[in-house]
Design a binder for this molecule. Structure first.
Ligand code: C2E
Ligand code: MG
Ligand code: MG
Ligand code: MG
Length: 273
């Protein structure tokens, strides 16, 4: 609905800006009730190991279905949820739902795998994060090693505090993955100091694999960095066989992307098993 009702040429930029403000206000006002109204649901994107057959995990991606707005993508509403603080209760719902679902798969006898949940900055630094996660694990009965949290490099900004939080999460037994790796501006020294488990190569590097030589070098560098630091490495946004083959040739054996599977309903994941 962004593109609707744009003014004529000269006013287009101005109108787009105003339109966006209005849309954001609309999103904000509707977001307050979304959780209570049960408007969120989760989409699950399988992650594969070694080849196209072994599902090693699923990333959960939130979706918002609003009567007035239709389906709103997380790219649009997560920043607003973050600004307003709504991300804290919404994020808690995501973690609980993801853990509950993974425990149900485990109980049904499907091969054990991890469920990955994205954390935003505000969630990560929220004072009750660790307690909340411990509680959800206890409540749902999911063994902690089957929950993975995705954080981004930018969250290392308060290094001391981040180190404390990550150490506590590590003690809990959950896994930590660095999402969108390679796009942040933080120094690499935290990789050695923080207890993290995995680097997730950002899709922007994967996208141009066959054509862009420079990105190929960046990917190779990230893979060897992961190997040297004893971290797992996964590539996201894998869209072609050529990209998959390149990654395998260069020592990356975990993948996520449209080539393998799109985000799907939980029942579809069950069918995949
Ligand atoms: P992300 O964590 O980096 O997730 C990957 C995004 O790339 C997802 O978009 C996914 O649908 C998309 N994707 C997966 N494979 C491919 C591919 O092969 N090609 C392309 N072009 N895209 C692919 P989505 O679901 O729109 O999510 C966007 C971002 O919103 C996520 O990026 C994450 O940062 C955030 N997000 C999603 N769910 C949550 C959540 O529950 N909590 C928080 N805090 N953030 C979330
Ligand atoms: Mg992610
Ligand atoms: Mg990512
Ligand atoms: Mg991203």
């Amino acid at each position: 609905y962004h593109a609707k009702n744009l003014g004529k040429n000269t006013y287009q930029v101005y109108n787009t800006h105003i339109q966006k403000e209005k849309t954001n206000l609309k999103i904000e006002s509707l977001l307050y009730k979304a959780l209570k109204n049960g408007e969120f649901f989760l989409s699950y994107q399988p992650q594969f190991e070694t080849n196209e057959e072994n599902i090693s995990g699923v990333e959960v991606l939130i979706r918002w279905d609003n009567k007035e707005l239709g389906i709103v993508s997380p790219g649009e509403f997560i920043p607003i949820a973050e600004e307003t603080g709504l991300i804290v209760p919404i994020g808690e719902w995501v973690i609980r739902e993801a853990c509950r679902r993974n425990k149900a798969w485990l109980d049904a006898g499907y091969p054990a795998m991890s469920v990955s949940v994205n954390l935003s900055m505000r969630q990560f630094y929220h004072k009750e994060l660790v307690e909340m996660i411990a509680e959800i694990l206890y409540e749902t009965g999911l063994p902690p090693e089957f929950l993975e949290l995705e954080i981004t490099e930018s969250m290392a900004i308060h290094a001391e505090q981040a180190s404390v939080i990550l150490t506590e999460l590590n003690k809990l037994g959950v896994k930590i993955s660095i999402d969108d790796f390679g796009t942040g501006y933080s120094s690499l020294s935290y990789l050695k100091r923080f207890p993290i488990d995995q680097l997730k190569i950002d899709q922007s590097f994967v996208r141009d694999i066959d054509s862009n030589k420079e990105d190929n070098d960046i990917i190779r560098t990230i893979i060897s960095l992961a190997h040297n630091l004893n971290l797992e490495v996964i590539a996201e946004g894998v869209k072609t066989k050529a990209q998959l083959e390149f990654l395998k040739r260069n020592g990356c054996f975990k993948f996520q992307g449209y080539y393998l599977a799109k985000p799907m309903k939980p029942e579809e994941v069950t069918e995949l098993f």
